[in-house]
Design a protein around this ligand. Structure first.
Ligand SMILES: C[S@@+](CC[C@H](N)C(=O)[O-])C[C@H]1O[C@@H](n2cnc3c(N)ncnc32)[C@H](O)[C@@H]1O
Length: 234
């Protein structure tokens, strides 16, 4: 997705409805902190964590997203880096590093994803953990497909996608069609199954310690569509 000014304006007020349990779980993992969020965006989770008194730093590749976050008074103490999350140019060692809302899949190659795990391992405190929230890539049609996202009076959104199961890449867009016109939000992601993520963690010297279905800590099962996975030093 191009995380431009318009996207940043949308994300600045966007909620998924899981912010309270996500913040609760993350704060529990963070202890006294500090915390580093990868792909921090406009601070949907970083701001409530900082409001709890935790020191939070972050990195994001999109300047408009960071500009929105910097404009928020709650971000005053944050060290925010404009950059790619494969490299983490921070001095601190963090009690918690996390990446939410499938943002890890914005790294478009297996190499980049492995490099990110390695960089996280370098920045974790000895008792630190890495938490990652991703979708489980089940039942994705191969080739091109269209799916309805939302239907409202006066407008509807569809997703138009192309799925390459060899590269594990999905690219396409959400298209909103309403009385005010058409808006296109392009997205490209490289997904990984939980087992591949666990192997990346092992390559980086980490190991899986917890896996839930979601921030509410529901049990992860074979039919789960998402997961929150937590890794510590091996
Ligand atoms: C769906 S938003 C999620 C933002 C935030 N994590 C949240 O949960 O609200 C995805 C974010 O990933 C960022 N992003 C995409 N690719 C990135 C990369 N390679 N390195 C760092 N950030 C990246 C985007 O700029 C955007 O802010």
């Amino acid at each position: 997705m191009s995380f431009d000014e318009d996207a940043a304006a949308w994300y600045a007020t966007a909620t998924r409805g899981d912010e309270a349990p996500a913040t609760e779980l993350l704060a529990g993992l963070a202890g006294d902190g500090p915390v580093l969020e990868l792909a921090i965006g406009t601070g949907r989770l970083a701001l409530p964590l900082a409001a709890r008194g935790l020191h939070v730093d972050g990195i994001d590749v999109a300047a408009p997203m960071l500009d929105r976050l910097r404009a928020h008074p709650g971000a005053a103490g944050m060290h925010l880096v404009h950059g790619d999350m494969t490299e983490l140019p921070f001095e601190e060692r963090y009690r918690l590093v996390f990446v939410a809302w499938n943002s890890f899949f914005n790294l478009l190659t297996q190499d980049a994803q492995v490099r990110c795990f390695e960089s996280v391992a370098e920045r974790l405190a000895d008792d630190g953990v890495f938490a990652l929230e991703c979708f489980v890539p089940r039942d994705i049609p191969v080739g091109g497909y269209v799916e309805p996202d939302a239907v409202e009076l006066g407008g509807a959104q569809i997703g138009v996608w192309k799925h390459d199961p060899v590269a594990q890449v999905i690219e396409g867009q959400h298209i909103w069609m309403g009385t005010g016109g058409i808006t296109v939000n392009p997205i490209v992601q490289r997904y990984a199954w939980p087992a591949e993520l666990d192997l990346m963690a092992r390559l980086a010297g980490l190991r899986l310690v917890e896996r839930w279905e979601d921030w509410e800590r529901r049990t992860f099962t074979g039919s789960s569509k998402s997961h929150v996975s937590v890794y510590s030093r091996a």
